[in-house]
Design a protein around this ligand. Structure first.
Ligand code: SF4
Length: 384
């Protein structure tokens, strides 16, 4: 297309998209995608279930991180029925390390509902799909367009950025006004022919050429008709909202052993990492080496009801959860007596979410990421 044939997206406002511009964008994007689509496991054999699992895993997560998880998950749970019949613990174990565990719990709950209400098949009506836990407008649109060829629009981080730039949208693309406008644009743009290819192409372009910091407009198939590029403001779109400052936090975990058993605790439904297992936490943020012995003993007795002996600092690890940069001190200690209100081998009536577990149990239970690291550290040290 020559420079003279450039088409403005919307001569009189965003909602009034020029049909010639729409056609030009659809054609260029689909042509480009036909030659540049990445080989990804969920694109090999497209089914609603595989698209669903991949889209849930891809939320807030890079493609490269998702690939091995997707492969393992589909191998273990090849059908919605198999997923529904599994335990939440098995699902969380396969999800371990991918983060945002609510996604896994909701996927599991939704699979059960699909079996109960829809005979094990994902419904093809968008309203029914959106009644399932974890399936919002975006995920429903992705499943129906990619796996069923229905002209449903999508809007997620990558397509949001591409659309905002194509339209030269100068406002806050994440605000409710921006979101409404961009959904409208996505609805107008999604073609009847190959809507799944078009939606995937939008996301693919956004994850590569039209990346957040330095869009590679010179290589982009949409450059000719991109308003953001034309106005020279592509890299300033979307407006970046100031991120909340990260917070430094100190926490303390305790690895208590009783022979070859370790004390673990399942995180509660309203806690971070709900459903996963962790080492007990103690409310002693600042650890002074000279008082760690006495303080750890006293607090373990107070908070866990367990007398411990020989507490020592085992290791310190750093990890990040959302905006919290956490320094986790890990104390190692031995149980000194099973007498008193301490936990029995099966937990205790007032603390059923605690239990003693051997190393083999910890291999198969879903652990929080820091607990997995501490367990690995403990094992390496025990083998030395
Ligand atoms: Fe993004 Fe540039 Fe392509 Fe426009 S021309 S869609 S800003 S990469």
């Amino acid at each position: 297309m020559s420079q003279r044939s450039r088409i403005d997206p919307a001569p009189s406002g965003l909602l009034d998209l020029d049909p010639r511009w729409i056609k030009a964008i659809q054609r260029s994007l689909l042509q480009w995608y036909a030659n540049h689509a990445r080989e990804l496991p969920w694109r090999r054999r497209v089914t609603p279930y595989r698209v669903w699992v991949s889209e849930i895993m891809l939320q807030q997560t890079q493609v490269a991180s998702v690939i091995p998880y997707f492969r393992r998950f589909i191998k273990e749970f090849p059908t919605i029925g198999a997923l529904a019949a599994s335990s939440e613990q098995d699902v969380l174990r396969l999800w371990e390390g991918l983060g945002y565990y609510r996604r896994a719990r909701q996927l599991h709950q939704a699979a059960k509902l699909v079996v109960e209400r829809h005979g094990g098949k994902l419904p093809t009506h968008i309203a029914l799909l959106r009644q399932l836990p974890g399936i919002g407008r975006y995920t429903a649109g992705a499943i129906l367009s990619i796996a069923k060829g229905l002209p449903e629009p999508i809007l997620e981080a990558n397509s949001r950025r591409v659309l905002a730039r194509l339209l030269g949208f100068k406002g806050d693309a994440a605000s409710s006004r921006g979101t409404k406008r961009l959904w409208e644009a996505a609805t107008r743009l999604v073609p009847q022919e190959d809507p799944g290819g078009f939606n995937q192409a939008l996301m693919e372009l956004g994850s590569g050429l039209c990346n957040p910091k330095s869009p590679l407009c010179g290589q982009c198939p949409l450059q000719q008709n991109c308003q953001g590029h034309h106005l020279g403001i592509a890299s300033k779109i979307p407006l970046v909202r100031r991120k909340a400052r990260s917070l430094k936090v100190q926490e303390t975990a305790i690895v208590i052993t009783d022979g070859d058993q370790l004390l673990i605790r399942q995180r509660g439904p309203n806690e971070r990492w709900a459903g996963l297992w962790d080492f007990p936490r103690l409310s002693m943020a600042k650890l002074k080496p000279d008082v760690i012995q006495d303080t750890a003993k006293r607090i373990a007795k107070q908070e866990l009801g367990i007398p411990i002996s020989r507490p020592r600092l085992m290791t310190t690890i750093q990890h990040t959860v959302t905006r919290y940069r956490i320094t986790l001190y890990a104390i190692q200690a031995h149980i000194s007596s099973r007498r008193g209100p301490g936990l029995t081998r099966k937990g205790a009536a007032n603390a059923p979410h605690y239990c003693w577990a051997g190393a083999a149990d910890l291999e198969s239970l879903p652990l929080t990421t820091p607990a997995r690291r501490l367990f690995q550290f403990w094992k390496n040290q025990s083998n030395d």
